[in-house]
Structure formats: C-alpha cells, structure tokens
Write a protein that binds this ligand. Structure first.
Ligand code: XUL
Ligand code: MN
Length: 340
C-alpha cells in the first residue's frame, strides 16, 4: 500500500482562462509566483515543458545558465522536477506533425528540440521525458502515409533512447485534439510500440483520465493494463464530461465512481509514480481562487484513497464469489456516499 503519494502539476495548470473563444480573463502569474503555490497546496513536484524552463530558441550557454537559475528556484521551494516534455506543437515547424511531418527539415527540428529537452531534464535532475504526440496525426487521412508515420515515431523514440542511455520515455497518448485523428491514439498503442524499441525497459506511459475517456475507454482499465506491463510511470488525473474537447476538469468532479475505480486500481497495484493532476480552472474562476481546482483534486484523490482503504475486501470477494454484482454495486455506492 502506498502511504506516501507524491503530488505534482505543471505551471500550465494555473492559467489565465483563455480559450479558443476568448482572451485571458485572469492575469498571468510569473513562474516564481506559481512555484510559491506548490507546497502551500500540498504538492511536492513540478511537471514541465521544455520552454516552461527556458525559451526554446536560447543558445546552449544561455540555456545552461537559465536552467541553473530555474533549478535554484525549485531547490529554494523544496520542489523536484518530475519530467520534461518537449513542446512539439506550437512552433510553425511542427504544424504538420513533429516526428511524422512530411518535411525532412521539420522532422529534424522536432528531434533536435527533443534532444535539447533531454539536456534540460539532465540539468534539472530528472530522467523522465514525456511525449505528448500532439500533432502526430492528420486532419485528412490522405495527408500522410500512416505506415511510414508509425515507423517515423519509432525511429524518433530510438534516436532519443540512443541520445541518452539513462532517460525513460513516457508516451502520453490522446486520440484527438488538436488533430482530428492521432496516430497511436491510446496508451495500448504506445505500449505495443515500446516493445519494438531499442530498449523496451526505458519506454512506458503516462495515462491521463480525460484522454482515456475521449477514446471511449475507462481510465482505470487503461491504467490497470499499463500497470500489468510494469509501465505506468505517471498519471494525469482529471475528469471529462463526455466526448467533446479535452476538458481537464477537477478529478472526480464528473464521475466520482469512475474516479474511485481509478484510485482503487492504483492503490491495489501499489502504484509508486507521481500523482499528476492535469486540471484546469473554469473560465469563471476569480484570480484569488485560481488554485482551488488543484487543492480540490488532491483532496478528492486522498478522500477516495480513504474510501478504497475502508472498503471491506471480504465483502467484495463474497459478492464476486456469489456473482451478486447487484449487492457489490450497492456496497460500492454506499461506500462512496459515506454509508459504510
Ligand atoms: C494535453 C496534455 C498536456 C500534456 C503535457 O492534452 O495533457 O498537458 O500533459 O504536454
Ligand atoms: Mn496531460
């Protein structure tokens, strides 16, 4: 049983409330201001994109100095860096995908930028690199050769594994958005690819609840499958109201039972990775309340841990043995409603 969950989130989880239909509605906080919030909210570590640390166009020397300054800020706040994710979806050279772009020079840019993210990870003392393959897909299926695309993703993963023999690569898969359809749309797709890489022991997944739901899958089953492989190395817990854009709602806020099942699976399996909360505050949230969704998501997780621990395993096993799933369902709902 894991009695010591470590909580993390990224600077993007304290946001201005801008959406595709409206500009920022809250002032942007500086990174230093955000870092000061972590411990107060009960969080232990930070998740980072490469350019959350230093701008992507800085020279190697500027980068070295900038990362050292960032590391000092983290150390001063008592925070660790959980992972670095190369942001391969904003630069114009990644418009047509990064590793799967049709242009050879764009593909080279994506790899160079990913290698630089590994350098930053080394300087910050983490070995985990998260690949959210945001634009590895198409708007129209004829735009790319899908067989070649999968090979290009594998080649990129192998190039990164070869660049640094100590890093681990965690695929964070999502079936759509920003692309209409993504290549490798689910964690299971990436897991299959892991075994074809030059070093499967260094390839695994980060699973986000909302991404599983968008793929029509249950997050707890997706996570259980990766746990069985010994490859669930991080999670992004949040919630999602049906099949629409990626909502990143507070964990458990839409479907408490689904959230409970996620926690129950992590608990039973002795999950030892960080509990990342990739949640977004509502646009209506006032600046003075803009970290509440993080505190709430963490509190909901911990309350569901209590429920999972209170659950009487013998009752569950008896219901299973008697194939009385009606009773089991009522028992679980009673637990969730505080009746047990
Ligand atoms: C996108 C998403 C990202 C990744 C990090 O949907 O979840 O925030 O978690 O790049
Ligand atoms: Mn995420």
């Amino acid at each position: 049983m894991n009695t010591n969950y470590r909580f993390t989130f990224g600077p993007w989880n304290i946001s201005t409330g801008a959406d595709p239909f409206g500009p920022p509605i809250r002032p942007e906080l500086s990174v230093a201001q955000k870092l000061r919030e972590y411990k107060k909210l009960g969080f232990d570590g930070i998740q980072l994109h490469d350019d959350d640390v230093v701008p992507a166009d800085w020279s190697p020397e500027q980068t070295r100095r900038g990362v050292a300054e960032f590391k000092k800020m983290l150390d001063d706040e008592g925070l660790f860096a959980e992972f670095i994710a190369p942001r391969l979806w904003e630069d114009p050279r990644t418009a047509d995908g990064a590793y799967t772009a049709n242009s050879e020079s764009d593909r080279r840019y994506a790899l160079d930028r990913s290698r630089r993210a590994i350098d930053i990870a080394n300087m910050l003392g983490t070995r985990d690199i998260v690949l959210w393959l945001a634009r590895e897909g198409t708007y129209i299926r004829e735009a790319k050769d899908p067989v070649v695309a999968v090979q290009r993703i594998l080649d990129a993963v192998n190039a990164l594994l070869a660049y640094d023999p100590t890093i681990r690569l965690l695929g964070e898969m999502k079936p759509n958005e920003p692309m209409d359809q993504a290549y490798l749309p689910t964690p299971a797709h990436f897991l299959a690819l892991c075994y074809r890489t030059a070093d499967p022991s260094r390839c695994g997944v980060l699973i986000e609840s909302a991404h599983s739901i968008l793929a029509g899958l249950d997050p707890s089953d997706d996570m259980a499958y990766a746990l069985w492989h010994g490859k669930l190395w991080s999670v992004h817990l949040n919630d999602q109201n049906g099949l629409k854009y990626d909502q990143d709602k507070s964990f458990g806020s839409v479907d408490l039972r689904r959230a409970f099942n996620t926690v129950w699976v992590l608990e039973r399996a002795g999950y030892s990775g960080c509990v990342g909360l990739d949640v977004k505050s509502m646009r209506t949230t006032r600046p003075e309340h803009q970290t509440k969704h993080l505190a709430n998501s963490r509190a909901i997780f911990l309350r569901l841990v209590e429920v999972a621990r209170r659950l009487d395993v013998q009752t569950v096993e008896r219901c299973r043995a008697e194939r009385d799933y009606e009773a089991l369902e009522m028992y679980v709902l009673d637990c969730l409603m505080g009746r047990v």
